[in-house]
Design a protein around this ligand. Structure first.
Ligand SMILES: C[S@@+](CC[C@H](N)C(=O)[O-])C[C@H]1O[C@@H](n2cnc3c(N)ncnc32)[C@H](O)[C@@H]1O
Length: 158
């Protein structure tokens, strides 16, 4: 099935089922960054049902470039794998079903680093994610975190 059709279906599913996916405005900004950077490797923390990862795949460097994305919720993980398969991206996007706070610790920065790291999971764990992202990002790489201010609610607690 054509990728744009699949993305439209995923977005509709997300709206119907209250799955929190990237808003259009944030997605457009990130895609612009990826278009300029053309990363060879992306690490995503918080897959949900694969909407952002499938979108990001459009601006990878080449056919051998990869996305590693981590999702803790088993149902979301299953749906993400299904959607990624439908999009024909199983060789490009690897989904891990794990709590990222634990899984990230297992990635050795001497063996694997990423051009772009996208943090989009539990806000309360952002500092842990950031510490790991700083360790795992390549020199000259980019770390992006969605919704840091979460409509002002995070700022109002500081
Ligand atoms: C905002 S959604 C991700 C949306 C997705 N990036 C997109 O735009 O299509 C956040 C996801 O992070 C997952 N999550 C929350 N805490 C997590 C953790 N500690 N490890 C892995 N995934 C986590 C949630 O289950 C949820 O599916």
């Amino acid at each position: 099935m054509e990728q744009e059709v699949i993305l439209k279906e995923i977005k509709e599913y997300a709206t119907k089922n209250y799955v929190p996916i990237l808003q259009d405005i944030s997605l457009d900004l990130i895609l612009l960054v990826l278009k300029l950077k053309r990363p060879d490797s992306i690490l995503e923390i918080g897959t949900a049902i694969g909407y952002s990862a499938i979108n990001f795949s459009k601006y990878l460097k080449d056919k051998n470039s990869t996305i590693l994305t981590i999702e803790k919720n088993a149902d979301m993980y299953k749906k993400a794998v299904e959607n990624i398969e439908k999009a024909g991206l199983s060789n490009t996007i690897e989904v891990i079903n794990a709590d990222a706070t634990e899984y990230l610790e297992k990635i050795d920065e001497n063996e694997k680093k990423f051009d772009v790291i996208f943090i989009d999971a539990a806000k309360g764990q952002y500092l842990v994610f950031l510490e790991n992202a700083l360790r795992l990002v390549k020199k000259g790489g980019i770390i992006i975190a969605d919704n840091v201010y979460f409509k002002g609610r995070v700022l109002s607690r500081i």
